[in-house]
Design a protein. Sequence first.
Length: 201
Amino acid sequence: MRVDREVLLNALHIASKCLEKKNTIPGLNSFKLTMEDELTIDATDLDRTIRIPIQAEGEPFSLLVDGKLLTNVIEKLPVEEVEISVKDDKLLVKKDKGSIKLNTSPANIFPNIQYVAEKYVVSFPTSEFAEVCKSILMAANDNHIDAFTSVANFEITRDLVEGHFNCTATDKHRIAFISGLCETEETEPFSFQLPLTAART
């Protein structure tokens, strides 16, 4: 497989935010790489899941590889195009006249994530959304056992001119409430929950 180094590295850095760094389960500290018509990178910590497709050329394969190790290897390559192959359960990354070998695991170890088509779409300016996340975390609880206090609740509406959001979060002792403007073309109200682990990134 051949792929542009900068494109691949950027995708790996983004996907790394969804790796479970403290878990030794292969599916949660690894990238799932799937090469078909393009290269698809999947990562999850079970709270957040990301799938990134990038342009690449090569023979089909699907496997798991340690996310941190692969990212470190690609970061140190002094090339513009990365060459990757798979042989005997090893991911081979070409370097100079040799190759760096990384252990792999079967792709079916990766959690069975059901991806769904977008039903509702809303967007926020990055800086403003970061401020919203920062504010709600002041009254939030990272206790994953309690689903009520480990999420931020968003309600999205739209009038004739613009979209509006209300966001609440609580640890049962304090409550945060934030409202503001957002961009959406949806005419009917909708809501969603954002895990606090996602808000912290």
